[in-house]
Design a protein around this ligand. Sequence first.
Ligand SMILES: Cc1cc2nc3c(=O)[nH]c(=O)nc-3n(C[C@H](O)[C@H](O)[C@H](O)COP(=O)(O)OP(=O)(O)OC[C@H]3O[C@@H](n4cnc5c(N)ncnc54)[C@H](O)[C@@H]3O)c2cc1C
Length: 410
Amino acid sequence: MIEALLTEQQKKLRDEVRGFVKWVPKQLLLDMDADKVRFPREYLVELARRNLLGLRFSKEFGGRGLQWVDEIVALEEIGVLGISLSCLFSLVSIVGEAIQVFGTEEQKRKYLEPLLRGKSFCAEALTEPRGGSDFFGATTVAKKKGDFYILNGQKRFVVGADGADIFLVYARTGEGSPHKSLSAFIVERDMGVEAKYIYGLLGTRGGGAGRLVFRDVKVPEENLLLGENKGANIFYQMMIPERMTSAAGAVGIARAALEIALRYSDKRKAFDKKICEFEGVSFKIADSITKLDAARCLIYGTAAAVDSLGSTGYTRRLVSESKKFATDASWEVINDAMQVMGGIGYTNVYPIERMLRDARLMMIWTGTNEIMNLIIQHEYFREVLKPDSSLRNVEDDAQESRAEDEKIYE
Ligand SMILES: Cc1cc2nc3c(=O)[nH]c(=O)nc-3n(C[C@H](O)[C@H](O)[C@H](O)COP(=O)(O)OP(=O)(O)OC[C@H]3O[C@@H](n4cnc5c(N)ncnc54)[C@H](O)[C@@H]3O)c2cc1C
């Protein structure tokens, strides 16, 4: 993160998380990448033991009561471990957000606390085989029958399909407009959730990403979050951690790749010179660190905005900008790091090839970067087209601004 913006407490948190990141065994990273480990529970248990999960949530349930500006500091450090481990760290923040903000006292005690204490593991089930971008087109249904909802449908690409104990699932409970007919449920695996297919992935392996099938799954009515047909409210709130975690984690992994490339360029020689003495190399490093610092500033500003304003159209725009900008920058920085390394960067002698495979996913998941653009332009149009008499009318500053007949729009 930007050093000058950090408080002493945040620096302490950063160092604490760095201590944890150093503890994570290299073999775990290798085994996950080799698909030998599908869901590393021991990693989450250790995070919980150190009280590092769900940092923003109430102390009462095992969190630390911190803010977004604190969590992004931790996330950049966790990102160094790669996208799978940072995703597993983030899932507690994402699913936990829904329970912390909208759950009943009983739901928090039963589901949030065990997540934060490393006794239970969660996943989020939003995407369906028919499409992830059109979230509100979901076709999974939940029909009320007595004290239960009967859940039928499928969700795809769920990290933790293999490994998680509870799933946050969105299903249709009404007939009307999609924004008023979805509900969110906490569904335990043991209620009858079937993990049908585990995907082979380019990168970000070891998270047990799979397809879930719900066939007449009986979910007790007390597992409904917030209320029937209130899923949209939960979805919008959850998209803050969903995208902020992607953004901050993206900076962490790219920083790691850039540092490897920088050190390499300071040692590697070509034409009797260190390669960092060639502008073609050192300017790539300059561009990369500039992109990462720009991403950090955007993420920090967004975190501060979310801390003070919560979920609004404006913060939705900033969160989407952060996700898009940071994940695009991360991909470019890691790609350039590989270029700086030459052929050896493409081998598994250095971890850059794994980072590159990991980073590709970030532009696709938690809402593709095209969907981020949809949100950004939508919210920005709304902001600017709202009349605001406190602003100077700069259109009037043109010499011929009164030539109304020349202002033709159709
Ligand atoms: C490894 C992995 C892990 C994942 N983890 C999870 C998880 O844990 N939980 C979960 O619920 N989901 C998860 N996802 C799903 C992920 O969020 C979706 O893949 C993503 O939202 C895109 O949905 P889709 O794959 O169905 O693509 P589609 O929605 O079919 O989109 C295909 C293409 O069309 C573009 N597109 C679609 N609509 C528009 C539009 N209106 N304007 C412009 N372009 C558009 C998209 O940007 C994309 O390029 C994961 C995905 C992967 C690959």
